[in-house]
Structure formats: C-alpha cells, structure tokens
Ligand binder design. Structure first.
Ligand SMILES: C[S@@+](CC[C@H](N)C(=O)[O-])C[C@H]1O[C@@H](n2cnc3c(N)ncnc32)[C@H](O)[C@@H]1O
Length: 290
C-alpha cells in the first residue's frame, strides 16, 4: 500500500441572511469544520466559507435544506478541492545526485530507467514530505562523516531518519542492524516504503528516543536534527549508546556550533572531527566510557 500523495477537502460557500452568525458558527464547528473564513461579496453580501475534510460529515444538511435558513444562512455551493502534491513537479525535474563517496541518490518516482550508478550504491528515495533526498548540505555532511566511521558489524541508530537515507547508508556499509526512528509518523512510514523499494531491511519506528528501552543498544548514532529539537533528548540518547559509541551530529548552523559543541560535551561526547558545507556544520564525536 502506498501513502496518498494528496488529501482532498470540501469548500462550502454560504451567504449570511442575518446580521448575526453565532448560531451558524457554532453548528459549523460542531459538525467538525477545519476552518472558517468570512468575506464580503461584490454586492456587499456577507459570506462565510467553511472547509471540511472529504467526505462531508453525514449530519451536514444539503443545499436547499431549510435548516440552513434557520441558522441564518444559505448554502450556495459545495466544491471539492484537491490538495496539490507540491513535490510532484520537483520529482519530475530532479536528477540523481552523488552523495558522499559511495552513494547515488535518485529522488525521482517513475523514472523509465534506473541511472547508471557505476561503483556507487544506488538508493531510490522519491522526494516526498520526508526530509532526506541528498539535496541538503546537512544530509550530505552526515553521509560524508558516516563514511569515515567503521560501521561494519556494529549496531546503528538513526535518530530523525526522515526518508531513511542515513539508516540505509549505514545498512549498505555493513552494519549488523540499523534502527531508524522519527517523531513524524509519516516520515517513518515513507522511510518504510523506501526500505522496501530498495530491498533494505532496516527497522523503522515512529516515535522519539523515549520509545526505546534503556540499555547500551547501539554502537553508532546518526543524528541530523536541528539542535533545538534534539537538545532535551540528549541524555536519553546517551542512555541507549554503548561506552565508546561514535556519533555523527548534523543539522548544525555554523553560527551555533560552539553552543552545540558545549551541549554535546556536557552529556559526555568528545570531539573527533568536523566538516562544513557553506552555513552548515557536522560533528563526528565519541562517547566517553561511562
Ligand atoms: C533534517 S531531517 C533529517 C532526515 C535524514 N536523516 C537526513 O539526514 O536527511 C530531521 C528529521 O528528524 C525528525 N525529528 C525532529 N525532532 C526529532 C526528535 N526529537 N526525535 C526523533 N525525530 C525527530 C524530523 O521529523 C525529521 O524527519
């Protein structure tokens, strides 16, 4: 089963018959409207537009139902609005990009032919709402540092897996097993689809680090998340890492590098190396023995 790329909505256009709209508003919210806007028509009429998810709640009266006039309004029109898949055009125009030394990422969906990857490992990651098709500096920096870490035979945790790109790169590099986790459920589901598309058996979970049991479960951590979104989870991350575990932290703006380095040192990470691409920085760190 693939996730729908778009959702659809219904737009109800109403004209107010009375000066007051209190009753109408109360009913629209009770029927589960997603939002309401008020406009004034060219002829000075006061109009209300209400949005509902498709299908409409069954309790909602049809056009012409006298209940509308009791509520002080006339239902003029119901329209189906197809949400747009904003990334469809990007997927059509995108081209495969080399990432790190060893990967070629193909963000297209229905390419007639797979690209020639040469000595690189091809990863097909169709651009969708989950972050991570290799176009962003933070992903490329993370893959670059991951390639310097011996992951073969080690247990890898990818926090904020997005499309799954780092988890897949670690798996392809011979990790014993890889767990990718993301607080965005849709990202985890899309990463799961990507895993199947590429025939890679990575474990993908929706949730935060709190969903993992405690204990030294991992030898390598990959974290490409804005520092302010992962800062409060750092002690939890340390709890699931083995002593001496290595970590890649990316998604760090160069201007906040010192502050982030201090936060990471405070929970026990030692600096090994770093790399930079324009405004972005990534760290390779090692966890001090506990
Ligand atoms: C910048 S994207 C990285 C995606 C991919 N790993 C990459 O390198 O391209 C960050 C991802 O982290 C997720 N995220 C943010 N805060 C999180 C948290 N505290 N725990 C787990 N996932 C988180 C977001 O939903 C998003 O998918």
């Amino acid at each position: 089963m693939s996730l729908p790329a778009v959702a659809s909505y219904l737009r109800l256009e109403l004209t107010l018959l009375d000066q007051t709209d209190d009753l109408l508003m109360a009913e629209l919210w009770a029927w589960g409207t997603l939002g309401v806007e008020q406009t004034v028509g060219e002829n000075g009429s006061r109009n209300v537009v209400a949005y509902f998810s498709d299908p409409l709640p069954t309790r909602l009266p049809d056009v012409g139902n006298p209940l509308w006039s009791h509520l002080g309004a006339e239902l003029v029109r119901v329209e189906l609005i197809e949400d747009e898949d904003w990334l469809a055009e990007y997927r059509r125009q995108a081209r495969p990009v080399p990432v790190g030394e060893g990967f070629l990422i193909d963000p297209r969906e229905d390419a007639e032919q797979l690209p020639a990857a040469g000595s690189r490992r091809l990863l097909r990651l169709p651009a969708r709402s989950a972050f991570g098709t290799g176009s962003h500096e933070s992903t490329r920096l993370a893959v670059g540092l991951l390639e310097t870490i011996p992951v073969a035979g080690r247990r890898v945790l990818d926090v904020g897996t997005g499309s799954g790109i780092l988890a897949f790169a670690a798996f392809c590099s011979g990790a014993e097993y890889v767990v990718g986790i993301d607080s965005d459920t849709v990202a985890s589901l899309l990463a799961g689809q990507n895993g199947r598309l590429n025939d890679l058996s990575v474990h993908l979970l929706a949730g935060t680090l709190d969903s993992l049991r405690r204990g030294p479960l991992f030898d390598v951590a990959l974290v490409n998340i804005l520092p302010k979104r992962i800062r409060s989870d750092l002690p939890r991350l340390v709890e699931v890492l083995a002593p001496g575990a290595e970590a890649v932290f990316s998604g760090i703006l160069a201007v906040e590098k010192e502050e982030v380095a201090a936060d990471l040192a405070a929970v026990g990470f030692r600096h090994r190396s770093e790399s930079r691409d324009r405004d972005w920085v990534a760290f390779h760190l090692e966890l001090a023995a506990k």
